[in-house]
Design a protein around this ligand. Sequence first.
Ligand code: AMP
Ligand code: ZN
Length: 725
Amino acid sequence: MIAEPDPASLFIVLRLYNTLSRRIEPFVPREAGRVGMYTCGPTVYRDVHLGNLRSYLLADWLRRALVAEGCAVTHVKNITDVGHMRQELLDRGEDKIVAAALAAGQTPQQIAARYTELFLRDETRLNILRANVFPRATEHVPDMVRLTERLLLRGNAYEVDGTVYFSVASFPAYGRLSGNVQGTLREGVRAELDPHKRAPADFALWKRAEPGRALSWPSPWGAGFPGWHIECSAMSTRYLGEHIDLHTGGVDNIFPHHEDEIAQSEAAFGSPFVRHWVHGAHLLADGVKMAKSSGNVTTLDDLLTLGYDPMAFRYLCLLTRYRARMNFTLGALRQAAEALDHLRQRIRCYAQLGGAGGDDIEPWRALFRQRLADDLDLPGALAVMQRALASGLAARNKIAFALECDAIFGLQLTEVAREHEALTAAERHAVTEHVALRSRRRFKGADAMRRLERVVVEDHPSGLVLARTERRLTGRTRRTVMSARAVPHARSHELSWSILVVSRDHAEDLERAVRSVLRVMPQFAEVVVLDNGSADDAAERLAHLVKRERRVRAVFADRALGEGAAREALRLNARGVNQLHLDPSVELSDDLFALLEPVLAEDGTGLAGPWGLVSDDLRSFTEATDREVDAVQGYCLAARSDTLARLGGFDPRYRFYRNLDLALSFAAREAGLRNISVGSGLVRRHAHRAWEALPDVERERRSRKNFDRFLKRFGDRRDLLVASV
Ligand code: AMP
Ligand code: ZN
């Protein structure tokens, strides 16, 4: 049996960045050993996205670390249901989902209940510990009214026509958290032009209900509804008292939300509101904050649809420090999923096969604590755990240590370590059967048994390892590279030819090109395809092709690399003495290699290919074949690998494909080499989809950029032209 880790064995004193003091400080709750923690929760009239979840994961990790420190934590996470606000937004029907739900006759309450359910489901999927209290705004309106009354009484608020405003001038410390001092506030909030306000920076505590509003509550100022910020001040006081040890949220909450919370609570109670403010940096997508309004939202459901275990997202978030912004990509998620799979498999092996070793866990514990204590350095802490797993520790200790660490990471490794113990009788029977078949050398039968319904059985040199099917990565995932530099270099040129293709989407074009190559390719040759960030189905088809065709390899880029960088990566990866760079729009109709080989073998040859270009002014080029040319067109361009290396390869600054071939061809001319068109009889050119997909101006712009680059280098080198020799 594997024991539950004892969290107290990991005593640490956390040092955390405090947004209020702008320093990393020891986290010290007011009362030793007890922590009141408040997290700004979701607005439940839209899907929770991965960005929101990153912020909730931060709160979860903080809480787990505090528990490990021995604290009793009370965690409150509010649910902003339709109570306070944004009726305007509902009325205007800006949110399509909400508008649709309203049109279908649902009440705002029903919509909020539905999204609350989905939010809680997502938190569970990510193994986020349940908050002790999830207060709903709609259920605490009387608290908000009372707090507003108190602020009026104390002279921090004023009422105009049924709406109550907080007077920012009455609270001199306003701006301390966000650094938005009063003088500069006017600009920050210029969108609001409410004539009732005494000062532009004042904000509403209570708003008068417009006629016909569905959600309004009685108050001393007439029917109305609370402002957003008062919600958190009122509910945090209700469940945690007037003082909160730790308040978390995303950085976008700092202003105005948290600034206003401070003003309300401190003005009302006359004492410091929050001891430690911790804000998580944003999750970005395509370089900007993930947000519904930006249209770049990914949800946990999306990840599940793509076949990802939600825990892979948790693992991914562990890899970036919480104060650093993190750009979300599927490629990065894929890598995280693979790393998690690897980690789980390691745990299973140690749990099921054991392993010799010695040493004490204590030094590892110290390193782990140190990383966490340093402003919650989770990537560092994860690295410590990984190093311990690869160290000379005894298997039993490795498991024990990993599970201790996982009390913080929350990757559910305990369940992984117990998978083999938790088999049903039927599963156990199937595994025994498999072993029996194997021992009778009935490998075929054993193979068929290998993937039992919910159990994966793997043979390792020292025994069998069982895994839960749903926690094991299937072949669907691919290794991806995030930059051209990550593509491995060939160590030697042991083949005669490498055929190199850069491809993006349009799987049928790629398949046509590769099939045509495979028909005529010499024996000792390879095809390497760089998938330049295709949408999933095209990448999937390539992955399939690679499985079927032994002589085809693929490198998957996480996103589109520039053409120059992609070609260069392939050049360096190629294992052939000769390389043929081929565009997916080209089809070989016969053995082009036999034609090219003697030409490339000749001394003094630079590039060769079916289609050439000639010029007499370096400004305009015309197509020429069957002769020495100035340039060989990039659609189908061959050279010896050593020649390309001598020329310095492809220039990665050419992000677009056009004119990249001119640059390389003239580098060859400059090196005193001859470029040869061998004739176009053995090739066919089909539509070039990447080119066709571009609007005219864009074609022009990108081509121009490359051509200018080319001219800058070779523009006055007419001496290099064949015509001038
Ligand atoms: P909201 O529903 O917009 O009030 O957001 C709920 C929580 O998610 C708040 O703590 C926000 O700061 C946080 N949040 C929103 N967008 C992101 C994002 N892209 N990355 C990280 N946190 C976010
Ligand atoms: Zn809040």
